[in-house]
Structure formats: structure tokens, C-alpha cells
Ligand binder design. Sequence first.
Ligand code: PAN
Ligand code: ZN
Length: 194
Amino acid sequence: MSNKPYTYDVSLTELNISHYDHHLIRRLSAMEGQFLDQSAHEVLSDEEDQIIYEVYQHRHPEVPGELLHGVSIIHPGVVGEEYFMTKGHFHAELDTAELYYCLQGEGMMVMETPEGEWAIERLIPNRALYVPPRWAHRSVNTSLTEDLITLFVYTGHAGHDYRTIEQLGFRKLVLHREGKPVIVDNPRQLQLDG
Ligand code: PAN
Ligand code: ZN
């Protein structure tokens, strides 16, 4: 953490982040209950507890006025038909936004509000994505060969609420079907609506 100006370089060829102070690794085992096909998750986990995604972050005080930022890398793969993805979350302080910038790969950001409005935006290199206040967000890597790499920035006091998403997931899922990504309703959410 620094209260002095600083820079860092993100090199994409040999993925390297020149400076960070926290490296988070989320493996299959940490994603239990997140993928729709729980038996596929179990079978895969028995083979190897693969890394699904990693986040390199710069720590700053979690207060308004600070910006938390870093780089998130979602590796390619599927659990059953569902692409590797982040857990996804609402910000605990709901009224806080986030900006993403896609550096590499191809993916989708799945988003929804507590009222049930949903949106999905494609992530491609050099595209910026604004996640407005109140929108939960999950990054999905829709490539089966390449990492999805994004840079993100959000306010210091945002905090994370993972619990709401852990319970039922997002309303929409992104699945790999007939060689391409398709968006489908999450059956677990449909049970709730019905
Ligand atoms: C990002 C995410 C990061 C990992 O920094 O935290 O992509 O996703 P999960 O936090 O859902 O595991 C962000 O949105 N921060 O608010
Ligand atoms: Zn966020």
C-alpha cells in the first residue's frame, strides 16, 4: 500500500504484473455450489483442484476517496457446460459502481439488480465496461483456450456481498453449447420466481 503516486505495468505476453500487494487465487473447491452442474464440479474437483481465476490487487484503505484496483484473470475451461467464471457479488455498499477494462480474451459480464433486472455485456480487448451502482457482477470467460484479463477500479468503501449470489446464483447463466456461448435462464432462480 502506498500513499504516494505509483505506476504498474501489465504485460500480457508473459503474464506479469510489475507490482501488486495481494494475489487472490480461487480454485474449483472454492466455487462449490456456484456451477449449475454440481456433479460435473465434483468429478472435475476429484481430478485436480484447478485454478479458476486469480486477482492481483493493490491494497488501500477501504474508505470513500480511495480507489481499489487491480487485474483479474479468469482461466479458460468449463464445468459441465458452464464456462469458468468468478463467484460474482453485489457491493456491500450497494450504491457503488465499478469500471472494468478488458485487456485480453473474450468474455461476458453477467449483471443484475436486486429488483431482478439483468444485463449481459461482451468483454473484448480494449473495451471498457461501466457497472453502475446496485448491479451485481460476474465475469465469464467464453474462450476455451485463452485467459480473460480485465483491469478493474472501484471505490474504497464498496465492500463485497457474496452471500446473495451464493444462495441462488445469477438469473442468467452463460453455457457452452454447439461451440458457442448461449445465455440461458438459471433454473435455480426460476424455482424461486415460480
Ligand atoms: C473485482 C472482483 C474480481 C473477482 O475485483 O472481485 O474480478 O471476482 P469475485 O470478487 O466475484 O470473486 C470486483 O468486482 N471487485 O469489486
Ligand atoms: Zn465488484
